[in-house]
Structure formats: C-alpha cells, structure tokens
Design a protein around this ligand. Sequence first.
Ligand SMILES: Nc1ncnc2c1ncn2[C@@H]1O[C@H](COP(=O)(O)OP(=O)(O)OP(=O)(O)O)[C@@H](O)[C@H]1O
Ligand SMILES: [Mg+2]
Length: 402
Amino acid sequence: MGLERFTAEDPIFVDEDVLRDSHRPEGLIERDQELTEYQSSLKPVIKGARPRNIFLYGQTGVGKSVATQMVMDRLREDQQQYDYLDVEVVDIVCKNLSSSYQVVVKLVNQFRDFEDKIPTTGYPPDTVYEFLWEHLREVEATHVLFVLDEVDAIGNDDDILYQLPRSNDNGNVPPEETKVGVIGISNNFTFRDNLSARVKDSLCDEEIHFPPYDANQLRNILYQRAEKAFVDGVLEEDVVPLCAAMAGQESGSARQALKLLFKAGDLARSRDMTEVTEDLVREAEPLVKGGQVENELESLPTQSHLTLYAILKLHERDELPAKSSDVYQVYQQGAEFINADVKTDRTIRDRLSQLKLKGFLEVEEHNEGPKGGSYYLYEFGDIRPEMIREVLEDSMRLEELF
Ligand SMILES: Nc1ncnc2c1ncn2[C@@H]1O[C@H](COP(=O)(O)OP(=O)(O)OP(=O)(O)O)[C@@H](O)[C@H]1O
Ligand SMILES: [Mg+2]
C-alpha cells in the first residue's frame, strides 16, 4: 500500500492527550484522606504563621506531583482573601540535579531574570547559598514555599534539605519578614530511610504517605479520564477494569494504568478496529512494561548512569558479580573520563542500593566466616544488559565512553 494519507479521522480517540501524564485531571479522586492531611499541614500558612515542613513520599505514579500542584493552586487562590498574606510558591523538579549545590543554583535562578542566571559550576558553595538567602531577604512575600519534587535525585548530598527548612532559625532569613517552608517529594524509600538525622529533624515536621492505589481506585481514576479521551462506546465493557486490575496488581500506579489504557486504544486505532478489546489490553501490557523500564533507565541521573556503566563494563569483562569496591574503580575511571564529579565510594554504594531497589541490580550477601566479615556482590537484575548499553550509549553525557 506504500505511504498512506494522514487523516484527522479517528474512530477511537476524541482526545488522547487526556490520557497523558501531563494532562491535569479535573479533580483528584480517591485521595480525600491524603488531601485533608496535606491541607491541614499547610493550615498555619493561611493563618500567617510559620509553615510546617513536609516530606511527601510514596511509590511512583500515585499522585504526589498532581496532588501537590492542586494543593498549591488552591493555596495561591485562597490566600488572596487575606490582606496580611502574600504567599509565593517556588517549585522545581530535582530530577537530574545530583547534589545540593545544583539544587541551590536552580533555586537561585528561579529568582533571576534570564540575563542574570548563574552557571551550574564555578561559584563556591557558600556563595550560592548566600545568593539564595539574599533573594529570600529581598522578596516581598510573607511566605515562600519551596516545592522540591523528585528530591531523591540528590542522593546523600542532602545539605540543602537541612539548610532551607532551617533558614528562618539560623539567621539567614528573618521570619518576621519572610517565612520559609519546604515540601520535599520522593518516591524512593531508600532515600527516605537514609536521610541524615538532622535533615529528618528539620524537613520532616510532617510526613505524608501516598499509598499505592488498589484496582477499585484505579478503575475510578481511569473512568474519569476515559470518558473524555475515547469516542463513546468504543471501550469493551471490561477494558477499564482489566487495566485497573493489571496495574493494581503490578504497581498500584495510576500512570501505569493510564499508559496501558492508552496503548490498548492505540493498538486498536493502528489496526483500524472500531472497538478496544480486552485482548488488546493483554497485548499492550508487555509493551508498556518494556517501555517503562527503558524510560526509567533513561531518566536516571548521570551518577547512576555512571554506576550502571561500571557494572556493564564488569559484565562485558565477565567479572560479575562484583564487590562495590571493584564497581567503584571502574566508575571512577568513567567519571574522570567524561569530566563528571567523582563521588565518594559511599555515594556510589548509595546509588547501588537505589538501583537495586528499582530492580536493575541484584545483590548477594557473602559471609567469609567469623573472621572475614561480610560483603555484598552486585550483578544485573532481571534486565537485559544490551538494553542498559543502548540507553547509556544514547545518553549525551556518557557518549564519549562508547
Ligand atoms: N487520584 C488521582 N486522580 C486522578 N488522576 C490521578 C490521580 N493520581 C494520579 N493521577 C494521574 O496519574 C499520573 C501520575 O501521577 P503523578 O505524576 O502525580 O505521580 P507521582 O506520585 O508524582 O509519581 P512519581 O513519583 O513518578 O513522580 C498523572 O497523570 C496523574 O494525573
Ligand atoms: Mg511526581
């Protein structure tokens, strides 16, 4: 048939964008309890008092980011009726920021116009912190709330999570002028467990947990979106429940459920079918899963990529499973080669345990008897090394290593 014509006709979707991650749903459903908790943690702000710092955590795709956006919008709106309030929200996504320094630079730049932005390297750390305090002392707002989404990217370099929540107490920002609050968001449970004691103390005034969704909740979330996304009547009756059941069992992630539903619809469309069937959902599942792992790999920060690179090299030399000290050696050569920061071996061990948590690596504990002590051996988890190689080769930062 050769090249077909593009046509806008679409028997399946009215608006497929509604199923995308970036689409803002009309309301958050199935999260009433968490929203109540979230809003009551912010109650002091609306009364003009000092904010409580909040640490929000839960697995991927459970509504942390979307809930936060909605709560912040509501806060911005509702504060307008109080003359004594002027709340400013500064929100950033920390993905790809692998240190506190980089986070501070990004925050400083949120306050600056394009021509005054500072570069991500070059200034001493004290100076960039001082820039940030200066901006905070200068703002007119009564409150500045910082939202640090995906904050686990900074690993154990978490100084900012101590400094920022403490900035009113340690004299950097006078609270009678501007009160500072921090909301940190993370889907990484290792990160949460490994927060240093002083960070826990300052950031975690309130901890809010978003649990995974069960199949019933996912069903309702999907119905809300499906209604707008699909042409009336094209979904076989059990399609939404099946997507919900599969995602509920696997991850409890609304994102995964939405992807599955979209993919099933997409398959129907590409085959000129007029109905989305259950069989298509079953066919879509492995496709969505494969893509998901790849996306997750791609979106890891550079330091994690370098750690994976080290494991990949060891794999190619047939030296897996390997001790973390061996991984570290190869990591160090790689990092130096591309002029990346060379982190300490403790940081790399931390990365290794994060990668294990995400299922990319497996760890085995070895005991050398009473005198030898014990150590861990790392190797790839249930994932094809070729896939890791492809992702790393495609990464701009690591390109030169291949
Ligand atoms: N309760 C809900 N009602 C409607 N849509 C939801 C709900 N929870 C999540 N979603 C949708 O699911 C997708 C994932 O949600 P979100 O991005 O908030 O997850 P997250 O918890 O921030 O995940 P991650 O940790 O990966 O950043 C988004 O498209 C969001 O709109
Ligand atoms: Mg998020």
